[in-house]
Unconditional design. Structure first.
Length: 336
């Protein structure tokens, strides 16, 4: 039975999944990502991890074997970007065969080579219903051919005390038994945006603070005037008609509702304003909504930092996932 739990993090980004698994006592064998600024953030926050900054399609089978050094790997984790979506589905072409989903196939390739006891693949919820559910079944069948029991489920981060409604699909695989466990809902009352970020110093448009990544974007006077009419949780309809934008992004000129969880944090959240301060949220506030601790520092340009935060798995969710893997391992007598 294993005393030292091990994991590999594919498409590691800023390190939301790594952080959660570290906190639950797993040891990193290696992580891989291609984006330089994402890697800069990862290195700054995980100085002892073995990060490979490389296109995963260029990582050879032999390199993978060398990186793992024939170790028993407990779990491979990651969220491969899947671009091969369309409203009508991939007519005449299976999801797995779509070249746009090459990165998903790379996840499967690493699993096939490393043969971890378990794997966790996280992705957008749309994968669950895509192509009338056929895509989900294709993925499950592929991993079954690699001798894994597999199941998938859509989960909402707000159910785990995370101050954000973020629906994601989790595919969990088990090579040891048929036992698959998913994280269980933890809270009855949702955590609000205000609960998550109200402790941070107030900022005006363009103002900076001493807290890392807590720097307010500078907005135009025109934008600030329009937003001054919008109440907590309100939208553009509160702006006087003479000033109200007639066209443009409907997500613009709205404010977070302080008493509810945030909408899903994405790579560009500059369109939604603070519930009480006249500005968009800072990277630090977005990171707090994603449950990153305040000492987790994001590197690169502000736009890149927002993308890093938006692309991340919330560390608190990653901890819940790591806990379920440990439960499965205990059931399967892989840990005492």
């Amino acid at each position: 039975m294993n005393s030292k739990l091990t994991y590999i993090d594919l498409f590691s980004g800023a390190g939301g999944m790594s952080l959660g698994f570290d906190k639950e006592g797993f040891n990193n064998i290696f992580s891989i990502d291609i984006e330089p600024s994402f890697c800069e953030t990862y290195k700054a926050n995980f100085p002892t991890h073995n990060l490979v900054q490389k296109d995963i399609t260029k990582l050879t089978d032999q390199e993978i074997k060398s990186l793992t050094n024939q170790m028993d790997i407990d779990v491979v984790i990651g969220g491969p970007p899947c671009q091969g979506f369309s409203i009508a589905g991939n007519i005449g072409r299976r999801f797995i065969e779509d070249p746009r989903n090459q990165l998903f196939r790379e996840f499967a390739r690493v699993v096939e080579i490393v043969k971890p006891k378990y794997f966790v693949m996280e992705n957008v919820a749309r994968l669950f219903t895509h192509n009338k559910g056929e895509t989900k079944m294709e993925i499950i069948e592929l991993f079954k051919k690699l001798n894994y029991s597999v199941d998938c489920k859509v989960i909402n981060t707000a159910n785990f005390g995370i101050p954000q409604v973020r629906n994601r699909v989790l595919f969990i695989g088990n090579r040891i038994s048929d036992n698959i466990i998913f994280p269980d809902k933890k809270v009855e009352k949702y955590t609000s945006v205000k609960d998550a970020i109200d402790r941070l110093p107030k900022l005006k448009s363009g103002e900076k603070s001493k807290i890392a990544n807590h720097i307010a974007m500078k907005h135009s006077e025109q934008m600030l005037e329009k937003m001054s009419y919008v109440s907590d949780g309100g939208n553009r309809n509160e702006i006087p008609e003479t000033l109200r934008p007639k066209s443009g992004d409907v997500r613009k000129y709205i404010r977070y509702k302080s008493t509810e969880p945030a909408v899903c944090v994405t790579g560009d959240m500059r369109k939604i304003f603070h519930y009480s301060q006249n500005r968009a949220l800072t990277v630090r506030e977005l990171a707090s909504i994603q449950t990153f601790p305040i000492d987790f520092v994001f590197k690169g340009s502000t736009i890149s930092q927002q993308q890093q935060v938006g692309n991340s798995v919330p560390p608190v969710l990653a901890m819940e996932i790591a806990l379920t893997i440990k439960k499965m391992m205990k059931d399967d007598k892989q840990i005492s």
